[in-house]
Design a protein around this ligand. Structure first.
Ligand SMILES: NC(=O)c1ccc[n+]([C@@H]2O[C@H](COP(=O)([O-])OP(=O)(O)OC[C@H]3O[C@@H](n4cnc5c(N)ncnc54)[C@H](O)[C@@H]3O)[C@@H](O)[C@H]2O)c1
Length: 425
């Protein structure tokens, strides 16, 4: 255990009496997770993860619970901590403890407890790590290097985590192999786009109860998440404006039919601003100066650094909480600006995160990559790897199968044509 931290009990959750409620909700999520269910059934028979210690730093939700139970049925000794202080569903955490999985996560925990929980999950001496944002891997590399010799490999769930890991790799500092689950097609094309698209709108709606129709909605960052949010905001009747720094992504947004302009220009007309860049200060003091009275800001990127909250604090003369996830900032010139969910990913803070149906694919990637690492991890160089293509395609196939959809297969002649260079006009 890291010096100076208090020794945790074998779990730390808000209230174990929430477990019954959590079990029912986990069961409800499992209805929409047929791929994880199939994997869980196979794992239960084959036990491919027998006695492998897995520590996961993930959003503690009912969907994550279904992943954890699949890994446990596969024979793994699973431990979980939160990957965000505001995203834990306390009832899911309690239920998991009831299922014999140590969980260290309490919704609303402060920064100190957040890192105590990460260290408690690491005290279980993982052989495989699961991360969502790379806080677990970063803590191991900064403070717990003694654990590295036992680690076969890890997985990373999200764009921001993969960016951090690639920069660690580029500095020559990455000490064990990590599979970038985010790069799987069955992950980012669905989770980032349709999952974040729907759940971000859901989070903002639950937090504010605003009407979207007719609003000017500014999406900062037109990546996989941004395009999902833009698509769903437009579907609700909003006028969508996109700001970007990448010319190709900006061009895509133009041709998808959105207005594209600089963020300073957009700042003047936006009613609702949503950051999804994975970067720093997408909304900053120059934007706050230009925004209309009543403008609402929310973030759905991984960390709470996409809106410059310290600058907002320093430019305001007062702040009050109007609803659980709505803070009003009184600006020096009398305007009022609204920040949702303290700038943390709003879909998990104010709603329930992604629907189970998309997490089914993301977590199927996680489960099969853990199995892959258990078999092959020790033979891999310490690098960031893509999800093996056959795993990605198999998950796509299983998802379609579970939806009762059958697709065509190439005939031998068609395959031969595609594989040959000789046949032209
Ligand atoms: N809320 C969720 O549940 C959820 C789910 C998946 C991913 N994420 C997170 O969302 C963020 C975005 O993920 P993604 O997969 O869409 O990434 P991405 O790389 O596909 O897209 C990010 C886009 O933002 C643009 N960008 C960067 N800085 C900008 C700036 N200052 N102004 C305007 N545009 C800027 C980039 O050019 C890029 O096109 C990441 O932090 C990721 O980890 C959140």
């Amino acid at each position: 255990m890291k010096k100076g931290w208090k020794q945790m009990d074998s779990y730390d959750v808000k209230d174990l009496s929430l477990a019954k409620d959590g079990e029912v909700r986990i069961d409800w999520a499992s209805r929409e997770m047929p791929v994880i269910r199939l994997i869980r059934e196979r794992f239960a028979k084959e036990k491919p993860l027998k006695e492998i210690r897995v520590s996961g730093c993930l959003h503690i939700t009912t969907e994550t619970a279904n992943l954890a139970l699949a890994l446990k049925d596969g024979g793994a000794e699973v431990t979980l901590c939160a990957s965000n202080p505001l995203s834990t569903q306390d009832e899911a955490a309690a239920a998991l403890v009831g299922f014999g999985i140590p969980v260290y996560a309490i919704r609303g925990e402060n920064n100190k407890t957040y890192y105590q929980h990460i260290n408690a999950a690491l005290d279980h001496q993982p052989q495989v790590t699961l991360d969502d944002g790379a806080d677990l891997v970063a803590t191991i590399h900064k403070e717990r290097q003694d654990l590295i010799p036992d680690i076969m490999g890890g997985t990373e769930e999200t764009t921001t985590g993969v960016i951090r890991l690639r920069s660690l790799q580029n500095e020559g500092g990455l000490r064990y192999p990590i599979i970038s689950v985010n790069d799987a097609d069955t992950k980012h094309l669905f989770d980032n786009r349709y999952g974040t698209g729907q759940s971000t709108i859901d989070g903002i709606t639950r937090a504010t109860n605003i009407l979207w129709a007719g609003k000017n909605v500014v999406i900062i960052g037109y990546g996989w998440c941004g395009r999902g949010v833009a698509m769903r905001a437009r579907g609700l009747g909003a006028h969508v404006i996109v700001t970007e720094v990448d010319p190709i992504r900006a061009l895509e947004a133009v041709m998808d039919g959105y207005q594209v302009m600089t963020s300073r220009e957009a700042a003047k007309s936006g009613d609702i601003f949503i950051t999804v860049t994975g970067g720093l200060n997408g909304l900053d003091s120059d934007h706050f100066l230009l925004m209309k009275d009543g403008a609402i800001m929310a973030n759905s990127g991984h960390f709470n650094v996409e809106i410059n909250i310290p600058a907002l604090e320093s430019m305001s003369t007062g702040k009050r909480r109007l609803r659980p996830f709505v803070d009003e900032y009184a600006m020096f010139d009398g305007r009022r600006l609204y920040l949702l969910g303290e700038g943390r990913l709003i879909n998990l803070a104010a709603a329930e995160g992604h629907p189970a149906s998309v997490m089914d694919m993301s977590f199927a990637n996680q489960a099969l990559c853990v199995e892959y690492l258990a078999k092959n991890g020790k033979g891999l160089e310490p690098r960031v790897y893509p999800v093996p293509k056959d795993i990605d395609r198999e998950i796509g196939r299983l998802k379609l199968f579970s939806m009762g959809i059958t697709i065509d297969t190439l005939t031998d002649k068609q395959r031969e044509y595609l594989e040959s260079w000789e046949i032209g006009t």
